[in-house]
Design a protein around this ligand. Structure first.
Ligand code: 9MR
Length: 340
């Protein structure tokens, strides 16, 4: 679709505040091409730079889809965020296994991780300016105060040392790259303190880390603006830059599993307009700490929320509608920075 757009580009409106980003994949860089090029000055690969996408077997790399995304960023002069080097999901079994099918030794795991990071970070060094080095290692289990890290094969083999190693390997592979810790439920006070504690301890150990990624998978009701503000203030105390890395505003509460809507209700859209306006007002207030705000998609025609937490249920979480036209929420966000 090639639309002539009348509205002002978000990236231009927000150029003195922060980058405006979108998660993309090889299909959306076709179906949303003109929207992306017009409004966004930063992109993230939705799945294509994850371990299992790039490196399904020890002796096999599959760069095709990631290369398409990197080429789009180069062609458009967009910033590209790398996502992600270490995660418990979308990571192939071979990485953790020895030849007998048991758990690999820690040294073997680290050698494989280092080699993966050298190859991947090295390949996209010219265009990827920052990496989500470690993603989602904090546990959501509030009752378990002994271990605040999520159980995973990484933990089974290496204990928490894999986290620092990943940052060291990434820094070695590209000393210029900005290195982030990225997580969700980042505004929940309990998890916020755990994230703070992890990043603080990495800093105290002299590990190269430069930013905290707040995924910001939010909805019309949660988290509260106060929780968002407290989270931003807390992370800012680390003295690192902050980015919103995966913003979306679901029209459903998390527990709400209704499947009967073919379009959002008027009330939902009104709440979403207000919500986006207050979120961006808050983000602007903290612009000296925030360097990018990336949505986990670009327009309501495609969102991972169409399959989560209810498979096949449409959601409408963005500033642009299913036809990629600006919603009222876009106007609210635009008007915050439009000179009167
Ligand atoms: O949007 C991604 C979806 O297509 C994948 O199926 C999913 C697999 O876990 O990952 C989604 O992206 C996630 C991101 O990589 C990390 N934070 C949560 C995102 C939404 O689940």
């Amino acid at each position: 679709m090639d639309l002539l757009r009348a509205e002002a580009p978000l990236k231009a409106l927000y150029k003195d505040a922060f980058h405006i980003g979108a998660a993309v994949n090889p299909r959306t860089i076709e179906s949303q091409r003109s929207l992306l090029a017009y409004h966004y000055n930063s992109i993230t690969a939705e799945n294509e730079m994850k371990f299992s996408s790039l490196h399904p077997q020890e002796d096999q790399y599959t760069f095709e889809d990631a290369d398409v995304i990197a080429a789009f960023a180069r062609e458009q002069g967009m910033a590209l965020r790398g996502h992600t080097l270490v995660w418990h999901n979308q990571t192939p079994d071979w990485l953790f296994e020895n030849e007998k099918g048991g758990l690999a030794e820690k040294e073997v795991l680290f050698a494989r991780l280092r080699s993966h990071i050298q190859t991947v970070v090295g390949r996209y060094k010219d265009v990827v300016y920052c990496w989500d080095v470690v993603n989602e290692v904090i546990s959501d289990d509030e009752n378990d105060d002994n271990s605040f890290l999520r159980p995973s094969k990484w933990m089974d083999i290496a204990g928490e040392s894999f986290i620092a190693k990943a940052f060291e390997f990434a820094h070695e592979a590209d000393p210029q790259a900005l290195l982030f810790y990225n997580d969700y439920n980042e505004s929940n006070p309990h998890k916020r303190e755990r994230i703070y504690r992890l990043v603080r301890s990495l800093l105290d150990q002299g590990i190269p880390i430069h930013g905290v990624g707040l995924q910001a998978h939010w909805n019309l009701y949660d988290p509260s603006l106060d929780e968002m503000r407290s989270a931003i203030e807390r992370y800012a105390q680390l003295g690192l830059q902050i980015q919103l890395t995966e913003l979306d505003v679901s029209v459903f509460r998390f527990e709400d599993r209704r499947k009967d809507l073919v379009r959002p209700t008027k009330e939902m859209l009104e709440l979403q307009d207000e919500r986006y306006e207050s979120i961006f007002r808050l983000l602007l207030n903290y612009r000296e700490h925030i360097s990018a705000v990336t949505f986990w998609g670009a327009a309501d025609d495609y969102t991972w929320l169409d399959d989560f937490p209810v498979r096949g249920r449409k959601n409408w979480p963005f500033l642009f509608d299913e036809l990629q036209r600006p919603k009222e929420a876009y106007q609210r966000v635009a008007q915050l920075v439009t000179p009167k």
